[in-house]
Design a protein around this ligand. Structure first.
Ligand code: C2E
Ligand code: MG
Ligand code: MG
Ligand code: MG
Length: 278
């Protein structure tokens, strides 16, 4: 065959693409082992209120690869979502976060802290997702009101009716919901009104330039106004400066997450920042 195709054959072989595919396959194989060999780790990033008091944290998964070191979730979560690997990963994250919540619940000064857990579409679509979350809550003893599940607009819009049904079932036991990266998708007000949400989380790319880009300022103003009109809590992510925080506050956004308050850190580093008995 190659002979017939003659000297143009090379066009069909791009070593760069091949190398990329090989790397992907190898990373996926490593990821499979990572779940079994407990190479995953949860980092936590502070979420604060208008007085800079800790409300809770967002759990962000990290993969400590044996030779590559720390691999970003931006790299391996999409890969995990292509295979079914996201299911054991997502379950491990939920379980680990709930175990943490249950520990905090036993300390009065920490009992109010929440953990936000990112849920991927594939995970949420499992037919027994609701029962799985309930089982983890029961097994760990985490207070359901302290667990916040972060969903994305694309997940929600994939199948609005089924999504609402699952959200209502979990909300009935006290679990709360936040819409992550809000503003990047296509949620209409109509859907937003029907979704049993507790919080809108403003996408960080809008927050980044609010003090310099009037368009972003208007987008963020609109999101905050919309959230407040629907009686949702509004949190901004990616807050890095006091100026951004001040702008957000004057618009009525009263919860913040971002490097200004702290980067995602392992539990040992978070521990000394947690409220403790005085
Ligand atoms: P996300 O849920 O929107 O998380 C926010 C991301 O922004 C995190 O990146 C966080 O480290 C980063 N970030 C926070 N504050 C700032 C800031 O002030 N400036 C800048 N430039 N960045 C900030 P990270 O940890 O790399 O996670 C990336 C994404 O990976 C997450 O976006 C989420 O979609 C996904 N992810 C992380 N953990 C999980 C998980 O356990 N399950 C699932 N399904 N997805 C996860
Ligand atoms: Mg998130
Ligand atoms: Mg986000
Ligand atoms: Mg994001």
């Amino acid at each position: 065959r190659a002979k017939n195709e003659g000297r143009n054959t090379y066009r069909f072989y791009d070593p760069q693409i091949q190398a990329h595919l090989d790397a992907k396959v190898s990373l996926e194989a490593d990821l499979r082992l990572a779940v079994e060999q407990e190479q995953l780790c949860l980092f936590y990033q502070l979420q604060v209120d208008e007085q800079d008091h800790m409300q809770g944290v967002e759990a962000l998964v990290r993969w400590i690869h044996p030779n590559k070191g720390m691999v970003s979730p931006a790299q391996f979560i999409p890969l995990a979502e292509e295979s079914d690997l996201i299911l054991p990963i997502g379950h491990w994250v939920l379980e680990t976060a709930c175990r943490q919540l249950s520990q905090w619940a036993r300390q009065p000064e920490r009992a109010h802290l929440s953990i936000a857990v990112n849920v991927s579409a594939r995970q949420f679509r499992q037919h027994d997702f609701v029962q799985r979350v309930q089982a983890v809550l029961a097994a760990t003893g985490a207070p359901p009101q302290t667990l916040k599940l972060e969903l994305t607009e694309s997940l929600v819009l994939e199948n609005v009716e089924a999504t609402i049904a699952k959200m209502l079932a979990l909300r009935a036991v006290g679990v709360r919901f936040s819409m992550d990266d809000f503003g990047t998708g296509y949620s209409s007000l109509q859907y937003l009104k029907r979704l049993p949400l507790d919080q809108l989380k403003i996408e960080q790319s809008f927050v980044r330039d609010i003090t310099t880009d009037p368009d972003d300022a208007v987008i963020v103003q609109t999101i905050i106004a919309m959230g407040r009109a629907l009686r949702l809590e509004v949190i901004a992510e990616g807050v890095e400066t006091r100026e951004q925080q001040a702008f957000l506050r004057t618009q009525g956004c009263l919860a913040y997450q971002g490097y200004l308050f702290g980067k995602p850190i392992p539990i040992e580093q978070l521990e000394p920042q947690l409220p403790s008995p005085t």
